[in-house]
Each structure stands twice: as C-alpha cells, then as structure tokens.
Design a protein around this ligand. Structure first.
Ligand code: MN
Length: 319
C-alpha cells in the first residue's frame, strides 16, 4: 500500500451544521446524519479509515460553506476564529496524523488575511480552504488582493472548494440532478479558477498557489483550447504575461478528491505536471476504501504514484 497524505478531508462542528445543510439539499436526512457523525469525529473512526488506506496524514477543513454564508460580517470573523481554534485544539495531540486548512470570513478580506497569517504562524495550518463565492464575490475581485498578497508572503496555498453560484442559471431548469456535485459545482469552481487566471492575479502575485479539487474541475482537459481561443475572445482587452496554460503549470495544483478514475488522472498529470497532482479522498463524502484502492492500483509508475500520493503534498504544504 502506498503511503499517503490526503488534503480535501472535512470536519464539522454542531454550531456550523446550519450553514452546511443549505448546500447538502440533495441528500436524504438519513445520509445527512451518517455523514455528520463521521464529520464530527476526530478519533478512532476517522483514524481507522485513514489507516485502512495508508493515509499517514489528513489535512482537515470545515465542510462548507461555513461562515462564508453568514449574514453578519463581525459574527463571521468571530466564528471563523472559533472554528480554527477548535480544529487546532482537536488535532493538537495528533499532529503526526492531522493538519489543517484555515476557515476564513471572506466578507472582510483584511480580516481573512490576518486570520490566514494567525492560523499558519500560530496554529501550524497549511493554508486556507475557501468555499467559492462570498456575497457573490469571486477571488479575482480587487478586494481580495490583500489575501493573495498575504498567502504569497506566507508561501501557503488557497484551496478553492465548490459552493453554489449566486443564482440558478437556466441550463439547470428541470434538471435538479445536475445541481451540485454532478455538474454545477464543477462549472462554478472551474469558472472561478478561470476568472482568477484571466484577471491577472498570477501576474500580480507570481508566487500565489491555487489548489482545485476534483481532478482540477475538468480544466486540465481544456488547456489547449484556452490557449487557442482566449486571445480571439479577449480582443486584446486584458493583458497577461503568459498564455493561460502556463499559469496551470506554474500556479496550480489539483487533487483527486472525489474522482477515482485513471483517465482524468492521466490527463491531469500530463497537462499540469507530475508534481501538480495530489491524492485526496473528500472524506466523508467519498468512500476512503474506494479512493485508496483505486490510487494504489492506478496505472502510474512507482515514482508518479509516490509523488501523487505523498511527496507533492508534503512539499507544497511543507509538512
Ligand atoms: Mn469536499
């Protein structure tokens, strides 16, 4: 069994269930309860599942959207601090097994940057996981420059995790099954990442690091087309130092979270680089056994498997 680090692994706290339940609309109350129990456990149950597939370390993040859905900014800031301290305390005596991503009150970008700094410096966290938009704003918004700058200074990545878009586009009408993980989250999160590239964030912050889950939200498959078409569509309006695909190889990483399939894995590695793809489960929303068995038997060289399962995350997150 290949030794592993997993980094889209979620937890929950009772005070944050109401935020979460709004995005978990497609699951039955029974499944909701089961998943919630797994999310709130930091002990034997989770550790046994990690052991069963060779996960040495899980980097934990709050199941979204958390305080990004909070109406009051001050309350969001306060609760983000609370949940980061809670995670730090929960994993304190298990630091060899657990790491953490900061949860941020994106309603106030300066406070989010300060909290990112506090959690990485004082709590040993490895960056932040941001659940898509906050009050309709994407991370290419000028207001978030302070966060990109701070993350760059701290040399930590920002993981963009799916969340629902601000409204329901017509293309989903009559097709609720396409809403959420089947398709709409991929469209939303992939578009979020493209906005960041085309807005020139990575020219202004060349050392910024962005992680996407779900094998890069289909983007690795499209790099050639982004390159060939963006100039025509852009008509010279936006200036970028590099062509789009170069940012994917320079500023991007992706995880296998929630996608246990060889074909997109091969595509992600070939498109982004062997050092850019990292194993994850998306616990407890994906089955550990499924993800672990798949990657152990994936059609990769020994060196590739070691990098994808362990070395890349160790290096990026400085574990
Ligand atoms: Mn997830």
């Amino acid at each position: 069994m290949q030794k592993k680090i997993a980094l889209e692994e979620h937890f929950m706290h009772p005070d944050f269930v109401d935020y979460w339940s709004n995005t978990a609309i497609n699951i039955s109350p029974e499944l909701f309860g089961k998943v919630r129990n797994k999310l709130e456990d930091f002990g034997e149950r989770r550790l046994n599942e990690m052991d069963s597939i060779g996960v040495e370390k899980s980097v934990l993040s709050l199941a979204g959207p958390g305080v990004q859905a909070e109406y009051f900014t001050n309350k969001a800031i306060e609760k983000a601090k609370f949940i980061n301290d809670y995670l730090a305390e929960k994993i304190l005596d298990k630091r060899s097994r657990y790491g953490g991503f900061a949860h941020l009150a994106m309603q106030n970008p300066k406070a989010a940057a300060d909290e990112l700094e506090r959690t990485t410096r004082d709590l040993g966290f490895s960056g932040a996981l941001v659940n898509g938009i906050t009050n309709g704003a994407y991370l290419d918004d000028d207001r978030f420059s302070v966060l990109w700058e701070r993350a760059s200074d701290l040399k930590v990545p920002i993981y963009i995790h799916p969340n629902n878009p601000a409204d329901i586009p017509a293309m989903y009408q009559g097709h609720p099954e396409m809403w959420g993980p089947v398709w709409s989250w991929t469209v939303e999160t992939g578009s979020h990442a493209l906005r960041i590239i085309f807005s020139g964030i990575f020219d202004r912050f060349p050392n910024a690091k962005l992680i996407l889950g779900h094998m890069g939200e289909t983007l690795p498959y499209q790099l050639w087309r982004f390159n060939s078409r963006w100039e025509i569509s852009n008509k010279g309006k936006k200036k970028l130092n590099l062509i789009p695909s170069e940012y994917f190889k320079k500023n991007f990483w992706c995880t296998t979270a929630g996608v246990c399939s060889d074909e997109p894995l091969r595509c992600a590695i070939d498109a982004l680089g062997t050092d850019r793809v990292m194993f994850s489960v998306d616990y407890p929303f994906e089955k550990s056994e499924h993800a672990g068995t798949w990657i152990d038997n994936a059609n990769l060289s020994v060196a590739e498997k070691s990098m994808v399962c362990y070395e890349n995350a160790k290096s990026l997150l400085r574990l």
